[in-house]
Write a protein that binds this ligand. Structure first.
Ligand SMILES: Cc1ncc(COP(=O)(O)O)c(C=O)c1O
Length: 495
């Protein structure tokens, strides 16, 4: 028998919509959820950074598609019991893996407001789009870009870097390339990035159809910065082979060691060669907020485009990447696509062109700008800059602590907030790989790993505003204990 949609339903949902039949009940539930998350953040230091997912919890998430409703309090209980304890833990001060921001309670609350509004920021004449434009104006101010520079919130720097590759391609070949394709230009477009550049640059070359072979990997110097002489030689060789150099990518804060390329020299070379200069500043670009680092980033203000993330050093909750492009007209030419159903008007809801969807591949877009706007307004950029400077101070403190321990060795200079080191011993690659896993499983501190000059490295990226010296001390202490224990076990196995 067909269900009558107007019948009161026992599941707390109105019969003919998805709204609650009892708002009071849902309100109480919402308050409980909010309290639970505020408790989580307030007491985060008492929790392990991370813990492995028990097999039976993983199995719980293999249930068939739910056809019937469930009580929201039961689903919430499942979140608290089965999901929250087994997240990766980047909100925790002991988290130092990869490059993850810690988020803030303010950002969390802003996300709730954005979700309630459920705004689609593809375009149209609405204040949420004005909020995104306000953040763009602040970003222009921060990086000293002109008033007609364009910008867009995206998922993260992987997407922002891809947009930069596409805009640089349009700049090299003109808007006609969107119809005719890159092959029509007759010569191969070549791009340049250092061996320490993030893998998403090669992926952007792949996804844009230019091909990863067309990305020339330039060696790095002892400080892991792009060798600028090698860059010039490679560009010259490519030109004499009939290639068409179109893009130089400098990195402000490499993922492995935090090195900053010599951005001024890269800007000079790009200007001389008349090619696009892009900076991947995924986390390092926001060091502009910390006065002591501004000089180190000299040259970034001359970039044609900058990719960076608010969700890393900006502490805005995931996800909140950003692309800034000096020449807004070329940016627009790269993505805008007229369609009858997207017609713009001078009045009414379809006013306010160009829209954000004209500057990137996404049509429907969430209100990422709100959590960034709240974060910047509530904390102010001075405080955010202090947090960035503090994480770098902690990295220097860690470098010092490593220097005091004979069993530990530093594997790369500490440039910003990333420290690569290892436990000295025979079979060091294996032992240190075991130490990283054991550290993560200890719940005390969670670094990740990388390879530096062929050596396995324990890599700590201090991004989280909650991290303190005590967390660095705990990482060093636990590494020493685990290293010692591991050596003991190896001795026993071999004797
Ligand atoms: C230098 C650099 N570029 C790009 C990325 C990719 O950023 P996202 O993870 O936001 O896509 C990262 C991530 O850590 C990075 O460190």
């Amino acid at each position: 028998m067909k269900k009558d949609l107007r019948e009161p339903s026992p599941d707390g949902v109105e019969p003919d919509t998805l709204d609650p039949s009892d708002w009071q009940n849902l309100r109480a539930q919402g308050h409980q959820m909010l309290d639970d998350m505020l408790d989580y953040l307030e007491r985060i230091r008492e929790r392990p950074v991370w813990q492995p997912i028990p097999p039976d919890v993983r199995t719980l998430f293999q249930e068939p598609l739910p056809r019937q409703p469930a009580d929201i309090s039961d689903v919430h209980a499942s979140f608290m019991r089965d999901i929250l304890p087994y997240a990766v833990g980047n909100a925790h001060p002991g988290f130092m893996g990869w490059v993850h921001g810690g988020g803030t309670p303010v950002g969390m609350l802003a996300e709730m407001l954005a979700a309630g509004l459920n705004a689609n920021l593809g375009g149209r004449d609405q204040m949420p789009v004005e909020v995104e434009r306000q953040v763009l104006r602040w970003v222009r101010e921060l990086f000293d870009f002109p008033a007609d520079a364009s910008g867009l919130f995206v998922t993260g720097s992987s997407m922002a870097n891809m947009i930069a590759v596409l805009v640089a391609r349009t700049s090299a070949l003109g808007g006609g390339v969107r119809k005719a394709g890159v092959a029509s230009c007759g010569s191969r477009l070549t791009a340049y990035a250092s061996a320490a550049a993030h893998g998403c640059i090669a992926r952007a070359m792949d996804l844009s159809g230019l091909g990863t072979d067309a990305l020339r990997i330039i060696p790095v110097d002892a400080a892991f910065r792009m060798d600028v002489d090698a860059l010039e030689r490679t560009i010259a060789a490519d030109r004499s082979d009939g290639m068409m150099p179109f893009l130089v990518v400098g990195t402000a804060g490499t993922v492995d060691t935090g090195a900053i390329d010599n951005l001024s020299v890269l800007a000079d070379i790009a200007a001389k060669e008349q090619i696009w200069f892009h900076v991947d500043g995924a986390y390092g670009a926001l060091a502009m907020l910390a006065p002591d680092f501004v000089l180190r980033l000299q040259g970034m203000q001359r970039a044609d485009s900058i990719a960076f993330d608010f969700h890393k050093w900006g502490q805005v909750p995931y996800d909140a990447g950003f692309i800034l492009v000096r020449d807004g007209a070329i940016h627009l030419d790269t993505f805008s696509s007229p369609a009858a159903y997207m017609k713009r008007e001078s009045r009414g809801m379809a006013a306010g062109s160009p829209w954000p969807c004209d500057f990137g591949p996404d049509l429907s877009r969430g209100f990422r700008a709100l959590k960034a706007w709240f974060t910047i307004k509530v904390y102010g950029t001075e405080k955010l800059g202090e947090v960035i400077a503090h994480t770098c101070e902690l990295a220097r403190y860690m470098e010092q602590r490593i220097g005091q321990e004979a069993e530990l060795e530093l594997l790369a200079p500490v440039s910003l907030n990333v420290v690569c080191f290892r436990y000295r011993c025979a079979n060091a690659d294996q032992v240190n790989a075991d130490i990283v896993v054991a550290l993560q499983e200890s719940g005390i501190a969670a670094p990740s790993s990388t390879t530096i000059s062929g050596k396995f490295a324990i890599r700590a990226a201090i991004v989280n505003h909650r991290t303190r010296r005590e967390n660095i001390d705990a990482l060093i202490r636990t590494t020493l204990a685990l290293g010692k224990a591991r050596i003991g076990t190896l001795h026993k196995q071999t004797s």
